[in-house]
Write a protein that binds this ligand. Structure first.
Ligand SMILES: Nc1ncnc2c1ncn2[C@@H]1O[C@H](COP(=O)(O)OP(=O)(O)OP(=O)(O)O)[C@@H](O)[C@H]1O
Length: 355
């Protein structure tokens, strides 16, 4: 693991005590309820909390241990906040060049070239514009380029999309997905949005009351019944898909996924690795394969675990193909079908969406 942390901070009425490791590339999402300590943890990583004790090493550099505390300005860290905070008197390119002048020396082949950054974030047509002539989403793309231009060993993004409206978020997400695919630096991404996390994260850090409760691959943590994500009313799974073939006649796309073949509405031409999100509430169960159903996606599955929930609901964890599905059904339906761990049945997926 390229980032290793065990950090403690005591305040009068709040204690942070976080131990975690992050891989050396990809997006790790920090997720937790308001007030659980996400911002405080980021401040500790950035070296802004002088009372924070413990150990922090990033890509082979010790930023903090029991004998030393590297001050904030000497930590090779890029930061993107909710607000872009660009220099108003400089053009988009001026903002990026300003950061480039302060860049950390290149660390082998991981150094990011400015032209590559501009290309990656689609900034060519915007370079001469001042911030007031850019939309919120465009400003945020410049802010991301600026944060990357200093050649960080770690990029922290603290709710980077939360100040944007839905339309602007949709515009910027593909760029974040490109960063995710093409950058070789680790990104720690804080968000309250389940959808952003489903689209972007590889690894999840779940935080509660100042502690990291669980960490691991997104795909696994979404389906762990002992964690709060699966218990939420919007519980979902994210499934990796390998290939897509279009069926223009019916305006459908046929996907080869970890849980089996799925048909999705619309003609998608996704390349490489992509993801499908399925809400637990959109999965129903049948003991026999329905022959006359309007639902197109019917997969064979096996009950793994059952968990009773409030309001007469039952959460069912299912093994399907090489992955896990969640279904939320009524307790009455579970009793009627006599669901038990190990039972083979069929899962009908009403809606699945590419994310
Ligand atoms: N400067 C401060 N001095 C004292 N207590 C603080 C300070 N900043 C935050 N806190 C408290 O520390 C706890 C953690 O706050 P923090 O802002 O880190 O949470 P958060 O998870 O980032 O919340 P949100 O998602 O709402 O931004 C809270 O109880 C908060 O009231």
């Amino acid at each position: 693991m390229s980032i290793s942390a065990s950090l403690t901070l005591k305040r009068e009425d709040f204690e942070l005590s976080c131990t975690f490791d992050l891989p050396d590339k990809g997006i790790s999402a920090l997720f937790g309820p308001s007030g659980c300590g996400k911002t405080t943890l980021l401040r500790c990583i950035a070296g802004l909390e002088r009372n924070c004790t413990g150990i922090l090493s990033v890509q082979g550099h010790v930023w903090q241990d029991h004998n030393r505390f590297v001050p904030a300005h000497q930590r090779q860290l890029g930061f993107v906040f909710q607000q872009p905070g660009l220099f108003a008197h400089l053009s988009a390119l001026g903002n990026i060049r300003y950061a480039q002048k302060r860049a950390w020396p290149g660390d082998n082949d991981k150094t990011i070239e400015i032209d590559g950054l501009i290309n990656l974030l689609g900034l060519e047509p915007l370079l001469e514009r001042k911030p007031h002539a850019l939309s919120g989403g465009e400003q945020q793309r410049v802010a991301i380029a600026r944060a990357l231009a200093i050649n960080p060993a770690l990029l922290i993004m603290d709710e980077p999309l939360s100040a944007l409206d839905y339309q602007r978020k949709q515009e910027i997400l593909p760029y974040l997905q490109r960063l995710h695919r093409e950058l070789a630096i680790p990104i720690l991404y804080v968000s309250h949005s389940r959808d952003e996390i489903a689209q972007l994260a590889d690894t999840l850090l779940l935080m509660e009351n100042g502690r990291i409760n669980a960490q691991g691959p997104l795909y696994e943590l979404l389906t762990r019944m002992d964690l709060p994500l699966a218990r939420r009313s919007d519980a979902t799974v994210v499934i990796r898909a390998r290939s897509a073939a279009q069926e223009p006649e019916y305006c459908l796309t046929r996907l080869d996924t970890e849980i089996g073949e799925l048909l999705l509405p619309g003609l998608h031409s996704a390349n490489g690795e992509f993801r499908v999100q399925i809400h637990a509430r959109d999965v129903s169960l049948c003991l026999e394969r329905p022959e006359h159903s309007s639902i197109l996606n019917i997969l064979s599955a096996q009950v793994d675990t059952l968990q009773q929930e409030p309001q007469g609901q039952m959460l069912v964890r299912l093994k399907a193909g090489k992955a896990i599905l969640l279904a939320r059904i009524s307790q009455k339906s579970a009793a009627r079908l006599n669901l038990k761990p190990g039972l083979h049945l069929y899962a009908q997926i009403k809606t699945a969406a590419l994310v």
